[in-house]
Design a protein around this ligand. Structure first.
Ligand code: UGA
Length: 446
């Protein structure tokens, strides 16, 4: 089939490459000609495991191409996936839909024949219906244009695997189109569906809400365990053992119960805020008011790490701090709303000299926080440090042994913002170790 994917960020580039991988002819579309040129030459402008080779292979096999021309996209494809960003508004909590509207408007004027637009971007509930009316009002093909909503659940760092082996595929359709949209998408995804992947057809608002509700649930789960971690701190309970014990209950499950610095990135934080904003517009703000507390608990973890650092060092003023991690999570170079960088920035603003190291996110971090010092390696970052903070659980940091830092740091204080180190190992090596939900943070010993 001939498909276009509009927007070539983490989501769009991955979707385009995976659609080509399963055999379709794919045109990736982006308004940024530099990005298009890079992708067309096989260069993926961000880090995502497996994606680089998949893009290169499909470019050379002729199944994948990139363009900045909507006219070309409309001419080429019968199915257009919409994968542009929907960031948080600069002035409030709502989603900024300007890229979605711009893309739809630019595409619509070239749609001369029956076409399916399948939205993948995360949007406030009700958006798809508005877009359907908008596109049909502009497109020469009019009623021949159908809009479906096909939310994406991929995680950065696992984007290719999540696209090729999803837990489920959800497709929201318009009742007036007789199931044509879902049939078309069933054909698009046929090679993936062969592996017994559930294919769920819903109406448009349900599909939009499934995505937002999933992210709200995941965010709530993380803030739940972080709230429990705060209780653990004052009771000598161990939050990791507690999470393990909870996780054995199948109804609860162990995933997303890692206490720590909390969630960040380009999705969970802005999605729960946009959900609260949209619910307010719909007159049901009270129903999701708890998400404000989820957000509060999450942001509090960042302040708690700052306070913990102040506590172990006595003062932040003049303290040399090594921050290990800048990406919002491991296996990603994404620093959007990164808890690690947020803490690094806060302790620097309060007088500490901060040296940051991250295996993949240095370039992006430097652009966002140019005033921090960036080290060339883990050991370089820790050179002369009074305190070491592990804020993103990269494998390299989890494997760190106290011997590696024996004659590198000035003092032996380590803060484990992701509970990803072995506390005993560090304490045995005479380090002062502090974790999240760790009784010692409250002067108690476990
Ligand atoms: C998230 C969802 O997991 C995807 O299903 C969704 O498609 C995506 O958002 C999206 O909306 O596009 P992602 O942002 O890549 O994916 O990252 P997650 O793996 O969900 O992690 C989010 C944050 O939660 C990270 O900062 C991570 O460190 C944190 N986290 C995760 C915890 O603090 N504790 C945990 O136990 C798990």
């Amino acid at each position: 089939m001939r498909v276009s994917v509009i927007g070539t960020g983490y989501l769009g580039t991955t979707h385009a490459a995976c659609m080509a991988h399963i055999g379709h002819q794919v045109l990736g579309v982006d308004v940024d000609p530099c990005r298009v040129a890079k992708l067309q030459s096989g260069e993926v402008p961000f880090f995502e495991p497996e994606l680089d080779s998949m893009v290169k292979d499909n470019l050379s096999d002729g199944r994948l191409r990139f363009t900045d021309s909507y006219e070309q996209a409309a001419d080429f494809a019968d199915v257009h996936f919409l994968a542009v960003g929907t960031p948080q508004n600069r002035r409030d909590w709502g989603a900024d839909l300007s890229c979605v509207h711009a893309a739809i408007d630019a595409l619509a004027s070239h749609l001369n024949r029956p076409t399916l637009i399948a939205g993948k971007s995360t949007v406030p509930v009700g958006t798809a219906r508005q877009l359907a009316a908008r596109v049909r009002g502009i497109a020469p093909a009019g009623e021949g244009v159908e809009v479906a909503w096909n939310p994406e659940f991929l995680r950065e760092g696992f984007a290719v695997q999540d696209t090729l082996h999803p837990d489920r595929i959800v497709v929201g359709v318009e009742s007036c189109h007789d199931g044509r949209g879902s049939a078309t998408l069933r054909d698009v995804y046929a090679p993936i569906l062969e592996h017994d992947v559930p294919f769920l057809v819903t109406n448009l608002p349900t599909a939009e809400l499934v995505k937002v509700a999933a992210n709200a649930f995941l965010a709530t789960k993380i803030s739940f365990i972080n709230a429990i971690a705060e209780v653990c701190e004052v009771t000598s309970a161990d939050v990791t053992e507690l999470a393990d014990a909870l996780g054995w209950d199948n109804r609860i499950g162990r995933s997303f119960l890692n206490a720590g610095l909390g969630f960040g990135g380009g999705c969970l934080p802005k999605d729960i805020r946009a959900f609260v904003a949209r619910a307010g517009e719909l007159g049901v703000g009270h129903s999701v008011a708890f998400l404000r507390e989820v957000d509060n608990i999450n942001m509090r973890q960042r302040s708690r790490v700052v306070e913990m650092t102040r506590e172990v060092c006595g003062s932040l003023l003049g303290t040399r701090a090594a921050v290990l991690g800048a990406a919002f999570k491991p296996d990603s170079d994404d620093v959007r709303d990164s808890p690690a960088l947020n803490v690094a920035g806060q302790i620097q603003l309060q007088g500490a000299c901060v040296s940051v190291y991250d295996p993949k996110a240095m370039e992006n971090a430097r652009k966002l926080f140019p005033t921090l010092h960036y080290a060339t390696s883990l050991v370089d970052a820790c050179d002369g440090a009074d305190v070491v903070l592990v804020l993103t659980e990269w494998d390299e940091f989890q494997k760190l042994h106290p011997d590696q830092l024996a004659s590198v740091t000035r003092s032996k204080y380590i803060i484990d913002g992701r509970n990803c180190l072995d506390p005993q190992l560090w304490r045995d090596a005479r380090w002062t170790y502090r974790g999240m939900g760790d009784a010692q943070a409250n002067g108690q010993h476990r």
